[in-house]
Design a protein around this ligand. Sequence first.
Ligand SMILES: [Fe+2]
Ligand SMILES: [Fe+2]
Length: 393
Amino acid sequence: MDKDKFKKVLQDCGISAKGASMLDKLTEEQHVKLIENTINFGNEDIENIKAIKNCMEEYFEEISELLYSRITGEDGIKENVDIDKELVEQLKLSNIYYLKSLFEFNYDDGYYKNRIADGLAHNIFGISPSLYIAIYGYYNNLVSSFIFKCSQKKGLNLISTLKAANSIQKKLAVDNTFAIESYYKKSMDDYYKMEQESLSRLMTIAEYKDAATGDHIARVSNYAKVIAKNIGMDELFQEKIFYSSPMHDIGKVGIPDEIILKPGKLTEQEFEKMKTHCNIGYEILKNSSSPVLKDGSIIARSHHEDFNGEGYPLGLKGEEIPIEGRICKIADVFDALVSKRCYKPSLSIKKAIEIMEKEMVPGKSFDPDCFYAFLKGIEEIIEIKKSIDQTID
Ligand SMILES: [Fe+2]
Ligand SMILES: [Fe+2]
């Protein structure tokens, strides 16, 4: 989960914005510190572990052998995990490397990067999260049992032994936290990628039916983001509108081709039919559990509402119209005016703005604040248009 999403969840749970925004400011180093402080791992623990360091070094290979015989052996979890022998040998080596670096006490960026890579690798291998965490539990016990073995060998007193065992448990907990976090993050990233892919495929369906094309959708979502930024919406909102605005015309899948692709002006009856694309889009998306699709449903229904209440489908007025719809409407109208469609030629940017200014005056189509935000961002919008048009050519 990225920080913005986490922040949003905290805010949704009623946790103060101040507390949530603190997470934004954490560097990787502070992140490590936060976990170490939470688990109460410090310099004293390093001293405790040092007391058994020399003795533990002798057992690194044995610990790794035991770990992987547990995982792959007959009495282990062999039936559930199918890992080839060569891979197991490499995993044993990487575990020995981990133990070595654990007892070098140099817990720097590279050290935690390796913990993160460990979580990622287990996710890619397809090891289930419960099994992964169970292995950690087993591993923590295994290492502790060797601490007791060392302590006997070195004749350490009970207090020093318990201190060393306690400190190593804390350190393994810190390390496991990072590995499990990256395991989880990979799953979430995969989920978001899948969601994005589903969205873009959904868009492709709409494009098949629309006189506008995929580049229209790309331009509208970029313009909407610029407008959102210029009316002062936060980054999370800007991201959300970027991903949800492409769905504004998804309801056109329910409109007959002869209306969608008609080269001339629509008859009154045809226009009435065309207007239903707003509610069709809303119905398609409204019950989705995805926040992006849910926002898409709002935009699908509200992007043809007019600020003066004379738009459709609901005839909402002013701020009754969701802000996402008011923003998307401007982005959509601008792009439609400057683009060629089967029923009209394209206009120059200057001419398009002239026409749009008439729609902004009080009592007309556009929300004046959103329109000023659009004008404020016009240079950026022109740049976006140029770069998208170039990619399409
Ligand atoms: Fe539309
Ligand atoms: Fe559109």
